[in-house]
Design a protein around this ligand. Structure first.
Ligand code: GLN
Length: 496
């Protein structure tokens, strides 16, 4: 509970642990909710009620035999770019339609090891390229809070599933904002961990130097608990960090019980450029108001500058497309998914890729290939890498003057379905404030910070590498100060 009178996933786990509820009833209630709500929201690409109920029954039995972990049986959703042996993994793309991977992603393996019950796989922009989930080849997801608006993206299905009570929590992935921005648009919590914190083994690669698995949850401590479950070194991912993980839930609980006191003396860096041009005035005003509330709690506001904010977005779209063009070469109509057979191998590749990839993916492959091509490589790719280094230096120096950086998560409110699909640059603009932490590899958290015209606004907290525990402690303290409404799941009610 966080003050709204409803339960978060951690509270549910404790009820289960005390024998006050059964996982199987929770699973059935969640399934009923998916049946009732998902035909409109379309958060799931695949789900399996029978398997969900069975996993919950197993958790109940394990708990009765005192063999269950604390979170066993909690209904959990997984973004469709994490491989799963029991569901197709499509990445929202025709090219992988019906593809069944032979192995689980490490993050998924860890969910299962914790005894979590999988609901299904969530909708996403094709290969995680987008900010609205409208680039899914299987149709868009709607924002459960405002059905004519987008849920954000690319983890829009995971964010919407949490917001609408169609799972207790979810995994997503974040390359340039894909966990944080949909969390902000759907009024839930999103954590993008430090690059290397969670294994990328089994996360279908978009831009390998940026991709991270992240969490979408109702409360900050839920995000902390889910991160504790999936984080940690993995020999199967050479970029996974050999840094001790865990301790986030304890840190979040501490922040939650301290409330305002946790913010006393904390130096809060307000990023000047993130409250100015290109940012919706009402969104900026909400976050400034939140910052003043923190000041009221005893935090010290420090104005800091990220002079490279204006080039971060361009650098991101060059680095990310360059890596994507190389990563997506593996979808050749031979090894995975869709094949359009032709007389020659080259024609088979061409026809399969032509039919399998959607327009945004093709645009990215073209842009990335161009940026890497001879004669343009230095002008685009190398310059973008240099800009990336500067962004990282800027963030580090800003973090030298404060303990945590605060910005809006997205520069705008959830926009209307169809409003930006014809204008790629307008779509890319939604990532303005999330790409710096991605380029730098730093952890960032998005928490609800109130509403504008009934639509949620997210506040982003950024910290130093591997400082997730510090971030969730402060985030949970903020939640204690300004509790937001949690989704309705098991207990019926109106839902939202
Ligand atoms: N919206 C950004 C993009 O389209 C970020 C996507 C992501 O984080 N996967 O690239």
């Amino acid at each position: 509970m966080n003050g709204s009178g409803r339960l978060d996933a951690v509270a549910w786990a404790r009820r289960l642990g005390r024998g006050e509820a059964r996982a199987v009833d929770l699973a059935r209630a969640v399934a009923a909710r998916v049946r009732a709500v998902d035909p409109d929201v379309h958060a799931y690409l695949a789900w399996d009620e029978e398997a969900l109920v069975k996993a919950a029954e197993e958790a109940d039995a394990a708990r009765a035999a005192a063999r269950a972990g604390p979170f066993a049986g909690l209904p959990t959703a997984v973004k469709d770019n994490l491989t799963t042996v029991d569901f197709p993994t499509t990445c929202g793309s025709r090219i992988l339609e019906g593809y069944r991977p032979p192995y689980d992603a490490t993050a998924v393996r860890r969910l299962r090891a914790a005894g979590l019950a999988l609901v299904g796989k969530t909708n996403m922009d094709e290969f995680a390229m987008g900010s609205s989930t409208e680039h899914s080849a299987f149709g868009p997801t709607r924002n459960p809070l405002a059905p004519d608006r987008v849920p954000g993206g690319s983890s829009g299905g995971s964010a919407a599933a949490v917001a609408a009570g169609m799972c207790l929590w979810a995994l997503g992935s974040d390359t340039g904002g894909s966990v944080r921005q949909p969390a902000a648009y759907c009024g839930v919590v999103g954590i993008k961990p430090t690059y290397g914190r969670v294994s990328r083994y089994g996360l279908v690669a978009f831009a390998s130097s940026l991709d991270q698995v992240g969490t979408l949850t109702a409360s900050v401590r839920d995000g902390a608990a889910l991160l504790d479950i999936v984080a940690g070194h993995d020999p199967m991912d050479a970029t996974s960090a050999a840094v001790p993980a865990g301790g986030c839930l304890a840190a979040a609980e501490e922040g939650l019980s301290q409330g305002e006191a946790a913010w006393r003396g904390v130096r809060v860096g307000l990023v000047r450029e993130a409250l100015g041009g290109g940012v919706d005035g009402a969104v900026a005003a909400r976050v400034e108001e939140a910052a003043r509330a923190l000041e009221g709690a005893g935090a010290r506001l420090v104005e800091v500058s990220l002079p490279t904010l204006d080039v971060a977005l361009s650098a991101y779209y060059l680095v990310a497309t360059a890596e994507a063009s190389s990563n997506l070469a593996r979808f050749d109509g031979v090894r995975y998914g869709l094949r359009r057979q032709a007389a020659t191998a080259a024609d088979t590749h061409r026809r399969s890729r032509g039919a399998g990839f959607g327009p945004e993916v093709k645009r990215r492959i073209l842009l990335g290939t161009y940026a890497l091509s001879r004669g343009y490589y230095d002008a685009y790719y190398v310059r973008a890498q240099k800009a990336r280094t500067r962004v990282r230096e800027d963030l580090l120096s800003a973090l030298g003057e404060c303990d945590v950086l605060v910005t809006p998560t997205a520069p705008d409110l959830p926009f209307g379905l169809g409003e930006r699909t014809a204008d790629p640059l307008a779509m890319y603009a939604a990532d303005l404030l999330t790409v710096p932490a991605s380029l730098a590899g730093f952890p960032a958290l998005s928490v609800p910070a109130g509403r504008v015209d009934g639509l949620p606004v997210g506040m982003q907290l950024m910290g130093r590498p591997f400082a997730e525990a510090a971030l969730v402690r402060l985030g949970a303290a903020w939640e204690a100060m300004r509790p937001w409404e949690l989704p309705v799941w098991a207990e019926g009610g109106e839902g939202r």
